[in-house]
Design a protein around this ligand. Sequence first.
Ligand code: FEO
Length: 390
Amino acid sequence: MKPIQLKEGVYWVGEIDWDLRNFHGYSTQRGSTYNTYLVIDEKITLVDGVRPHLFDKMMQRLSALIDPAKIHYVVVNHVEMDHSGSLPLIMDVAKNATILTSPNGKKGLLAHYKRNDWNIQVVNMDEEVNIGKRTIKFFLAQMVHWPDNMAGYLVEEKILFSNDAFGQHIASPERFDDELYLGVVLEEAKKYYANIVLPYSMQVKKTLEKLSPLPIDIIAPSHGIVWRSHVKNIINEYHKWASNQTRNKCLIIYDTMWKSTEKIALTLQNAFNHSGIGTKMINLRYNHISDIVTDVLEARFICVGSPTLNSNMLPTVSAFLTYLKGLSPKNRVGLAFGSYGWGGQSVRHVEDALKECGFDLLESIKFQYIPDEAQLKETYEKVKQEIGKK
Ligand code: FEO
């Protein structure tokens, strides 16, 4: 369990979670890491923690460098338990340590751990704490991802400890962005943004503005790979994602019972393709919702289809729409479609959900039983015309 040096006196001492495959509903096929950082200065400072079951491994890395009892500050950038879960164990070892956290962080820690005996020092926006030869400047980043989030900037080293921002769920022996395929790191950063950060894009924009004057050599997030060679690249991607910039791309997301809804999906694919818009066919039976919203991050057109089952949508479709509504992407064009035997309520339910997302809607498409060639041809022409107006 070796620590990894970021700069002289600054180390990654976190732990790798090789087995993680689900992070509150987000499929994490590459696993993850919980990144803890150690700054060795006159006042030894630990930044963030790991999940409790990985505490011993983190301590092995830490103990290779220092006596953990000598930790002076423990920075809690975020109370969510993937980072603070091991805090009680850390504080049992570093008995004299002071916790540095945001005002909401203090409230969150007391509510989670009920430890009035901990010495907690609240830090505010732009506050600086001297740790010896170095200084940490704090930036409150409320709602990126919880109300307590903050980031710490190690001024002399130009290292930003960004916590959830700029993270990715990747378990790997590599620690830096120039040691892995960049495409993989960016794809996982994009998936992370879509699934965790997207609802808070306004706050991300404010945080990016606040950070923009800082010279940054290294972005050290709390999950995944550390950015040192592609810092500008990931900041640019964050600007794009936070602005809800989309491409002329269409996702056709559906489930089907007896292939009638699928026939409509294929007709939509033709209509979009012949309008010069690339489409991706996404059958909800074979795709995870967290992968689908990763595509939603860049797609302007979102078509969602379901047959009617017991006066409702298929459960796969309603699960996706619930997830989508929560993530609240903006500036999208939606289309609801589906088939039915009798009743036919599914399309209205899909349409209502897309309206609740705030999407600009194309006219919905609905067929009883099996649409024939003439009906599909008419649909193709109608959808092409509507696309032309957008
Ligand atoms: Fe990685 Fe919001 O915790």
